[in-house]
Design a protein. Sequence first.
Length: 256
Amino acid sequence: MGMNPDPALEIDDLHVSVDGAEILSGLTLAVPSGEIHALMGPNGSGKSTLANTLLGNPAFEVTAGSIRLRGEDVTGLPTEQRAARGLFLGFQHPEEIPGVSVLNLLRQAMSARKGIPDLSVLEVRMALMAWTKRLGMDDRFTQRYLNEGFSGGEKKRNEVLQMALLEPDVAVLDETDSGLDIDALRIVAHGIEEVRRDRPEMGILLITHYQRILDHLAPDAVHILLDGRIVASGGLELAGRLEREGFDAFRTAGVR
């Protein structure tokens, strides 16, 4: 199978409104296969709007532009069809779903992603056990109900576990580092690297407010989001400059 020449994820001149107010105003971004791109922006810059739009949340209206997965326009598709085509979204506050076991949820999602109507519970359990081991997670973890009473670090690890099992082409990780202590951060970063070893062609968009996670996961590119559009793109040095000068430095510099 040759590499698809199209970027894993391509967002082109995206305009998004919420309740009639434009939040994203011409956001353009491409994540090539196999690369990690960090998208950094202050609160209110449009980061969570982008995550919600990629997820296909109907409250976020795309008024112009497009979202493509490996060359296919998915702008009009509902969430589950995007997921089946290989988009994975890890969310800032994964929902607690009482009464739904991790196993059942994964079985449904894996069936949809692989296009196999009924994956056996055994098959899912074997895959799950293999990955919990690789990610250094406790086996009993998977018996518990999804996110119920999980710590922040456990929720995030759960997210990485789901990403591993769903074998996405594109993973969008939203504020993966929020509320994590340094150990949890290291574990999550290690988990992401483990999954990448398995799927080197996967593209990752890391939406974050902080630079901390970049100490553990070296991105191929960093993009700065301000007021609904990308105002600067570059390498890791951009994150360093951000650390020193803050977002205002990019605001006054204007669009370069």
